[in-house]
Write a protein that binds this ligand. Structure first.
Ligand code: 13P
Ligand code: SF4
Length: 337
């Protein structure tokens, strides 16, 4: 049972130790109503990524992909930002709002792609190519952002890469799949860091091909974090929000969706008459849930809002250094959906 009389410093220490506050939540509580009440009382904003559980998406003030969430974080006036997503996304919100309090339901919600590019290793790699600019995918740590010239998301990456002169040498980090896709799309030869997302690399080329043969009318739509053979099968490639738009706007009735299945919730809401099939993985199960995103639960969201812990904090000099490439991205991607 939750007791509200607790020492704030002890709470913060405990939240840091576990990554969340391990509190038993009364199972008879109406969590939707309680979260709504706390949010209004505290004038907090809840931002959620499309890969969150549907019940968290339904409670959020704003649901979006990485670019949309960065913009929402830039524009919000709330003093308390509750970020239902993964660590690097909450970091971006903090970098854009150094004076606000940013909390997330579970600090352990990391990202395999971000982890695949530790900043010290990347700094040594970057030092070998002093004439290169560094374009980094937003799915990376604040330390890596601080080593970058500009940040991109899957929504704006093509436009931002193309904003550099064709002869400008570029390092792209950390996603080798998105990097290879961008090289193909823009005709560049960016030097790629060898990182990947565990969720998007797990799709089975063979099972998808078999599924397409069984459903000849269906179109495959895929996120550019998928491996090249899967992308080659795709009728449409795009960021999470672009995939959602495609489902809503295209006349195609049956679609195989190769990205994290959390997005299916919004696709089904916005295009209820379409038949959506989650692309199969190379594991025995058919699910590609991101284990990091799914660490956030309704109970942890409630506890986090109630205690305003765990709080995401970053040193001021890191915030300053990481902010420059994020601001540059936001300027360069004006007008991009
Ligand atoms: P977008 O939100 O840019 O589509 O990226 C997907 C993703 O993997 C987020 O972690
Ligand atoms: Fe990271 Fe992939 Fe999960 Fe996105 S889906 S948070 S890139 S592991």
């Amino acid at each position: 049972m939750i007791s509200r009389v607790e020492n704030p410093d002890a709470l913060a220490r405990e939240a840091r130790r576990y990554g969340f506050l391990p509190r038993e939540v009364d199972p008879t509580l109406d969590l939707h109503a309680e979260i709504g009440r706390l949010k209004r009382e505290k004038r907090a904003v809840i931002l959620a990524h499309y890969y969150q559980d549907s019940e968290i998406q339904d409670l959020a003030d704003f649901v979006g992909d990485s670019l949309q969430l960065a913009r929402a974080a830039q524009q919000t006036e709330a003093q308390l930002i509750v970020f239902a997503g993964v660590h690097f996304m909450a970091e971006t919100a903090k970098i854009l709002n150094p004076d606000r309090k940013v909390v997330l339901p579970d600090l352990n919600a990391g990202c395999s792609l971000s982890d695949s590019c530790p900043a010290p290793l990347f700094a040594a790699f970057k030092a070998q190519y002093p004439d290169h600019v560094v374009v980094s995918y937003i799915n990376c740590s604040a330390e890596l952002k601080a080593l970058s010239d500009v940040i991109v998301t899957s929504s704006n990456a093509v436009a931002i890469v193309e904003s550099f002169p064709p002869d400008q040498p570029i390092i792209f980090a950390p996603d080798r799949n998105l990097g290879a896709y961008l090289n193909k799309k823009t005709g560049r030869n960016m030097r790629l860091w060898n990182g990947a997302c565990m969720v998007h690399e797990i799709f089975s080329y063979k099972k998808i091909r078999d599924l397409m043969a069984q459903h000849p009318e269906a179109q495959l739509i895929a996120h550019p974090e998928c491996e090249e053979p899967v992308l080659e099968l795709a009728h449409f490639i795009g960021s999470t929000s672009a995939l959602l738009r495609y489902v809503v706007e295209s006349p195609v009735r049956q679609l195989i969706v190769a990205t994290e299945p959390g997005i299916l919730h919004q696709m089904r809401r916005q295009a209820p008459h379409k038949e959506l099939i989650a692309a199969p993985s190379n594991q025995a199960c058919a699910c590609n849930n991101c284990p990091h995103m799914k660490l956030n639960t309704l109970e942890k969201l409630y506890v986090c809002l109630l205690y305003e812990q765990p709080e995401l904090q970053l040193p001021a000099d890191l915030i300053e250094a990481a902010r420059r490439p994020i601001d540059r991205m936001l300027t360069l991607s004006q007008g991009i959906k």
